[in-house]
Design a protein around this ligand. Structure first.
Ligand code: NAG
Ligand code: NAG
Length: 280
């Protein structure tokens, strides 16, 4: 009985903790892309059809993001390797530390952007997208106290999510560096909905014998929708932080004049040079 109820408590704990992430993986070196690369379809802020243009840009980027963009030092999106994701809460009835590490995520590169809404005067962009299937596997460690129960679980997990619709909200800001302007993402919001059935499996090496392990797995799968429902804000927050760093790795190397021109913006890079004709 005890191990099973501590499993339940772990799940409850996961559903309600606040998320603190370690400093996002250390900043990789940033270059400045000077000419239009093949992976970008440029857009202009005053284009009446700019949302459609942004949609096409992100969909065109897909096949490059899937395998990674070496000149931007961007790792592949599919499979996506996440070293660690830390979720911690030190106050209240639920005091747990949950660490997921060595995660492999499959399917993130199969996104399709369906709708775009934007207010480019504020660099706000909402991307509505679909992902047919995401699966993830890796190690997890949870420890702490829930109500008065000590909780400790560690092992391997596998999870699959189907028919995902998501809205990614980008809160951008214009930043200047080396005479160029970039859109930096200060905040990235994630909201998602799972249309299909989700599956979980864990192999707990602390509490687990096979019978208990099967009971946990049965419980996880029977209650998948409820668990996901409760974990949504927390999951969205940690996923959002990860993809904020991921996108900034691109946005901070590709000047606005290359991918999202604003004719009203003074193009500081062309002030000092005369060679506007050198378009190769
Ligand atoms: C991380 O996961 C990969 C594949 O899932 C595995 O081959 C590797 O041994 C793992 N590394 C560690 C440190 O557990
Ligand atoms: C991504 O899409 C491709 C092509 O449709 C498919 O072969 C692949 O299995 C998908 N990946 C995942 C993880 O679903």
């Amino acid at each position: 009985m005890r191990p099973r109820s501590s499993c339940l408590l772990v799940l409850m704990a996961l559903a309600s903790v606040n998320y603190a992430m370690p400093a996002a993986s250390e900043q990789k070196p940033l270059k400045i892309i000077k000419t239009l690369p093949e992976y970008i379809i440029p857009c202009t802020v005053d284009d009446p059809d700019v949302n459609n243009c942004i949609k096409n840009t992100f969909n065109h980027l897909r096949k490059y993001l899937q395998r990674g963009i070496p000149e931007l030092n961007m790792d592949p999106l599919d499979p996506l390797l996440m070293d660690q994701l830390l979720m911690e809460n030190g106050v209240g009835n639920v005091r747990v530390r949950a660490l997921f590490n060595n995660m492999t995520v499959l399917g993130a590169g199969n996104y399709s952007v369906i709708t775009v809404k934007s207010d480019l005067s504020r660099l706000r962009i909402d991307l509505g997208m679909r992902l047919p299937r995401i699966s993830a596997m890796g190690h997890y460690e949870v420890s702490g106290q829930v109500l008065l129960f000590p909780v400790k679980s560690r092992g391997d997990f596998w999870a699959t999510f189907n028919d995902i619709t998501a809205v990614i909200s980008l809160y951008g800001r214009d930043v200047a560096r080396s005479g160029e302007n970039f859109m930096q993402v200060d905040k990235l919001g994630v909201d998602f909905h799972l249309g299909g059935k989700s599956r979980f499996r864990i192999k707990d090496v602390v509490n687990g014998n096979t019978v208990i392990g099967e009971a946990m797995n049965h419980f996880l799968n029977e209650n998948a929708n409820e668990i996901i429902g409760e974990m949504k804000p927390a999951a969205g927050a940690s996923i959002g932080k990860h993809f904020k760093s991921f996108l900034n790795q691109a946005f901070l190397q590709i000047p606005r004049r290359i991918w999202l021109r604003d004719p009203k913006m003074v193009d500081s890079s062309s002030d000092s040079t005369e060679d506007e004709s050198s378009d190769n």
